[in-house]
Ligand binder design. Structure first.
Ligand SMILES: O=C(O)c1ccccc1N[C@@H]1O[C@H](COP(=O)(O)O)[C@@H](O)[C@H]1O
Length: 220
């Protein structure tokens, strides 16, 4: 059985790090976006990142971040990956990857077939792709809205880089999402919370168990 790698995003306290690591997640995410209920400062993220055991990769999520903010985050927080969740151009993705020497995962919002070509474009410059639901036009957040997209759009598709499925995943639907899409990696934020920004230990454990127990349909 293929191991499904799980990312739990939006960790804000030491208990979150402990629960996510104990559950067997592969990645823990810190959100640096003031409008998010999961926003943390670089100082807080540093305190949390140093608690992460070997095997839990630490990801910084930023949205159209300036070099100044990225300089501050990368100087303070021991990181394994940057997640770019804004409207960063392919050129900006390449620039950030070179400047910080960290693997970069680029989020791409998907609502219909017309959004898929951008995945191929970003696969040329990013180390990983994150396929998320496109946010509603008036949304405050470009992600973390608990919205799913039509998973049939990416079923059976391949890209030149590893990819992660996100958007509206929960302990109840993640196994179906994996079976339908063939995703080997999944990312969740609001689906494992008891209130916006408040992670729920039981939902995190249930999510990781459901994801790792999912049946991946092999692509021929
Ligand atoms: O989690 C946030 O607050 C957030 C803020 C800004 C951009 C992205 C954010 N989260 C990412 O969004 C997707 C989907 O989240 P959800 O599970 O639907 O709540 C996921 O990749 C998060 O990393």
């Amino acid at each position: 059985m293929q191991d499904i790698r799980v990312k739990i995003c939006g960790l804000t306290c030491a208990a979150d790090v402990e629960v996510v690591a104990a559950a067997g997640a592969a990645y823990g995410g810190f959100v640096f976006f003031p409008k998010s209920p999961r926003n943390v400062t670089p100082a807080v993220a540093r305190e949390l990142a140093v608690l992460a055991p070997v095997g839990l990769a630490k990801v910084a999520l930023v949205v159209d971040a300036s070099d100044a903010l990225l300089d501050e985050i990368t100087a303070q927080v021991p990181l394994d990956m940057l997640q770019l969740h804004g409207k960063e151009s392919p050129e900006r993705v390449a620039e950030i990857r070179t400047r910080y020497g960290l693997p970069v995962m680029k989020a791409v919002g998907v609502a219909d077939e017309e959004d898929l070509p951008m995945l191929g474009v970003y696969a040329q410059v990013a180390d990983q792709l994150l396929i998320d639901a496109k946010p509603p036009r008036n949304a405050d957040l470009p992600g973390g809205n608990g919205l799913a997209f039509d998973w049939r759009l990416v079923a059976g598709k391949r890209w030149a880089k590893p990819w992660m499925l996100a958007g509206g995943l929960t302990p109840d639907n993640v196994a179906t999402a994996i079976a339908m899409t063939g995703a080997r990696q999944v990312d969740v934020s609001s689906g494992v919370e008891s209130a916006p920004g408040v992670k729920d230990a039981a939902r995190i454990a249930a999510f990781v168990t459901a994801a790792k127990g999912a049946r991946v349909v092999p692509k021929l």
